[in-house]
Design a protein around this ligand. Structure first.
Ligand SMILES: Cc1cc2nc3c(=O)[nH]c(=O)nc-3n(C[C@H](O)[C@H](O)[C@H](O)COP(=O)(O)OP(=O)(O)OC[C@H]3O[C@@H](n4cnc5c(N)ncnc54)[C@H](O)[C@@H]3O)c2cc1C
Length: 326
């Protein structure tokens, strides 16, 4: 079985397949995936239970209890300091997966289950007359009886007939390698303490869901922050709409300026942070339901998740069971 993509979707599916005795090869280039720049936020008890179970099987994957701190409350709470605005969600079950720790753990977990990794970019999928698929890559081709596309925002490039509800947006953040150089801000302090800060009404999900009606790409900013390894990720700018290409990122200088302006609406100090602007293409589905379906004989898709860190672990288990039993 070949899994195309080594982000959250491809990696967890490969682990679930290998844990059930499947022979798996992951084909993906080294480098950027949306997973690496994610906040990894997990509201609720059930997703936390899934990650605990995955960590029981595989060791540390970067999951840990956390706290959600929201801003954007009605007055007079909105004018209060972050510690006061943190109170309404203080008892809410909430945890997070640190993408830096996850990226460090995955190669070890995959190797422990004998999952092979081919570092290559798939350029085309060719059905074979005798059954199975040939994956043409920028290196040697890979032949597999079954293929699962988990190539994030590039899925449609590899399979243009992907259902129309599958889309992608560009997401940008300021990445702080550590908290040392960051100025003293009460919001940054929440991140330093391992908490995730988000707007009470996150704009991105509704914006993406309605993006099919846009005539030209538009952007929004959700000011917030999350711990990220020994540093943090600040804000999220989302660019969605027609004509985007996963191979042609939007102008980073323009995007960074918009992001910093948006961060400044929460706290001018956030807009001034020395972090490096980074952007990735992120898959989603207009109706919020991911594509975990067969596209052609022995070809499946596993992409377009909403709340990927909560939904991928159980769906990876389910799809692995289906693939190995059919
Ligand atoms: C700033 C930000 C914050 C987020 N916050 C959250 C959050 O709090 N909670 C949450 O649940 N989700 C969050 N998300 C969304 C989540 O990170 C993504 O939905 C999820 O990581 C997508 O995983 P994926 O494996 O589908 O795609 P990706 O992580 O993008 O992985 C795609 C993989 O496919 C590979 N690939 C691409 N093209 C090819 C090709 N041609 N051949 C071979 N391999 C290929 C890539 O190299 C990569 O390995 C956030 C995202 C961002 C950017």
């Amino acid at each position: 079985m070949a899994v195309v993509g080594a982000g959250l979707a491809g990696s967890l599916l490969a682990l679930a397949l290998a844990r059930r005795g499947g022979s798996v090869v992951i084909v993906a280039p080294e480098g950027q995936a949306a997973t690496a720049l994610s906040y990894g936020a997990l509201p609720g008890r059930r997703p936390a239970g899934h990650w605990r179970e995955w960590q029981r099987h595989h060791g540390v994957l970067g999951w840990r209890p956390s706290r959600l701190v929201c801003h954007g409350w009605p007055q007079p709470l909105a004018a209060g300091p972050p510690w006061l605005q943190a109170l309404p969600t203080a008892l809410m079950p909430f945890s997070r997966v640190d993408p830096v720790l996850l990226a460090q753990a995955l190669p070890r977990c995959l190797a422990a289950l004998a999952v092979r990794r081919v570092s290559a970019t798939v350029t085309a999928l060719e059905p074979l007359a005798a059954g199975g698929w040939r994956l043409n890559t920028d290196h040697a081709p890979v032949v597999a009886e079954r293929v699962v596309l988990a190539a994030g925002a590039s899925c449609r490039d590899l399979w243009p007939e992907l259902p129309l509800q599958w889309r992608f947006s560009w997401a940008g953040v300021l990445a702080l390698a550590d908290w040392q150089g960051s100025a003293t801000s009460a919001w940054l302090d929440q991140g330093r303490r391992g908490r995730i800060v988000l707007p009470r009404r996150l704009r991105r999900p509704a914006f993406e869901a309605s993006s099919a009606h846009l005539r030209a790409p538009e952007w929004i900013v959700d000011p917030g922050l999350a711990p990220w390894g020994s540093g943090g990720l600040l804000g999220q700018i989302t660019l969605a709409g027609p004509g985007l290409d996963p191979a042609r990122p939007p102008d980073p200088m323009e995007m960074e300026e918009r992001l910093r302006q948006g961060l400044g609406t929460l706290d001018p100090q956030l807009a001034e942070q020395p972090g490096q602007y980074r952007q990735v293409a992120v898959p989603f589905c207009l109706d919020g339901r991911p594509i975990t379906a067969s596209l052609a004989p022995d070809l499946w898709a596993f992409s377009g998740f909403s709340g990927a860190f909560a939904t991928v672990p159980p769906l990876a288990e389910q799809l692995a069971a289906v693939l190995l039993n059919s």
